[in-house]
Unconditional design. Structure first.
Length: 475
């Protein structure tokens, strides 16, 4: 493979992911050097969780320096174990070589030890007026207070970086977050996405974070998952961000935080005034009870709600909660994904409520007015007992165009067909209805079989006398 790829000069993306051996020790990285040096079309270089360790980091740094075309735009080194055996020294040459790449937009260094010197070099890269880095992933890179000061000092002058991940850097103390909060408070801060998952943030830091974001109108995504030390009062404070005037927050992740009903109610109240949030992650918070979920479901009845994704996986969802969400979604035309678990812990009663939501069979008009927006529960329902109708309706919703027509045909024209909706319909109008029906064909999946049936056939089978009436019109 390596010998073959080395001759390639046109490949734009190269990735080696999840290798369970050291690429440097096995000589693979050395074999790739000619390809990396001479392929001038290369735009993406990805070694996601494929170990190269210190020797590989040094070789990769010298290889990048030899390239004449500094065309790489995305460089992924997450989980490559660089610097873990030499306190980050081997990373220095590699980061220095990246300063010569003016088109670099994404740099992912997750789970590596970049060290103080490497952090200084990285800060210099971000401080450069030529820097085009828009996304920087520094999760679990052993950044401490002093290193964060260096980074935020550079970012204070940087107007290009939009996404910063500092999660799981446990060497940053509670007091060490102050420089970042100051940066977020700055009117020149252009960060749109910030991730602080699994960190040392507590209640006091959270209150200061909320205060720093009071007049911040650029942040669209805030990730605080895995931070139970924030506590309930801290998360209630976070919820107030959603009702602040001028907020542009579109994504909020509060998963794995031991949230309770007080937080759920606070979120519900704040979201009642919010028209920007599109995704809310509340997964793995089993302390929220039915009372909290019922309060939260009310948000979906609000006409100004813009939620597209609501993640409630690994929570204690019962029938009362399920029915509350199904009822709240009746007139909701925004939510596309409601994640309830893998598989969703929904009983027959819950599936019946969602089936009625997605396809109300009480009348043709109610079928037409059913929910045609919801697309997924975050888990395939194809073989889930009791969820057959819900699965079919979701598949029809994904087609978008014509889903209403298909639901009407499946519900009212196939099987035990009822002529009641057409009993008082004038024959002249009925002609147009039949013309519409004749154009529709519905695919019904029964196990592994796909059956195609004509809706028009079922219509006339239910009322053969219509042939005579229509014949008179044609005559």
């Amino acid at each position: 493979f390596c010998q073959g790829i080395c001759q390639n000069r046109s490949l734009q993306r190269f990735a080696l992911k999840f290798c369970d051996f050291d690429l440097f020790d096995k000589g693979i990285l050395q074999e790739l050097v000619p390809f990396l040096v001479h392929n001038q079309c290369l735009r993406v270089l990805d070694f996601y969780f494929s170990p190269i360790e210190s020797g590989g980091a040094r070789l990769l740094g010298s290889t990048l320096e030899r390239r004449t075309n500094k065309s790489i735009e995305k460089f992924v080194l997450s989980g490559t174990e660089m610097g873990l055996d030499d306190e980050g020294e081997s990373v220095n040459d590699l980061l220095t070589s990246l300063k010569e790449y003016p088109h670099l937009k994404t740099l992912e260094l997750e789970t590596n030890d970049i060290g103080p010197a490497g952090c200084t070099i990285l800060s210099s890269l971000l401080d450069s007026p030529n820097s085009q880095v828009e996304k920087l992933d520094l999760r679990d890179t052993d950044i401490d207070n002093n290193m964060l000061v260096s980074l935020t000092s550079s970012l204070a002058k940087n107007t290009v970086l939009q996404e910063l991940n500092l999660g799981n850097n446990l060497s940053i103390t509670v007091a060490g977050w102050a420089p970042l909060l100051s940066l977020l408070r700055s009117p020149t801060c252009n960060l749109k996405k910030i991730s602080l998952n699994e960190s040392t943030i507590n209640y006091n830091v959270t209150v200061a974070l909320v205060d720093s974001l009071t007049n911040n109108h650029t942040l669209t995504s805030l990730v605080l998952c895995g931070n139970p030390s924030i506590t309930t009062p801290g998360f209630v404070a976070v919820s107030t961000l959603l009702q602040m005037e001028g907020t542009n927050l579109e994504h909020l992740d509060l998963g794995e935080n031991e949230l309770d009903d007080d937080v759920a109610v606070a979120l519900s109240r704040s979201l009642a005034k919010n028209c920007t949030l599109k995704s809310l992650m509340l997964n793995d918070n089993p302390s929220i009870t039915a009372a909290g979920f019922i309060a939260l479901s009310a948000v979906l009845r609000n006409p100004i709600s813009r939620l597209r994704l609501l993640d409630l996986r690994e929570n204690n969802i019962d029938d009362d909660s399920t029915i509350a969400f199904a009822t709240s979604l009746i007139n909701n035309h925004k939510l596309k994904t409601l994640r309830l678990g893998t598989p969703p812990p929904i009983s027959a009663t819950g599936w019946a409520a969602f089936a009625s939501l997605l396809c109300d069979s009480s009348s043709i008009n109610n079928t037409y007015l059913s929910n045609h927006t919801l697309l997924s529960f975050g888990y395939s329902l194809r073989h889930l007992p009791g969820a057959d109708k819900v699965h079919l309706c979701l598949e029809l919703n994904k087609r978008n165009e014509g889903c209403r027509s298909h639901k009407i045909i499946l519900t009212h024209f196939i099987g035990r067909f009822s002529m009641e909706p057409f009993a008082k319909m004038k024959v002249g109008l009925l002609v147009h209805v039949l013309a519409w029906i004749s154009k529709l064909r519905v695919e019904c999946r029964n196990g592994s079989c796909c059956i195609s049936q004509s809706a028009l056939f079922h219509f006339f089978r239910s009322e053969p006398s219509l042939f005579g009436q229509l014949g008179k019109i044609n005559a």
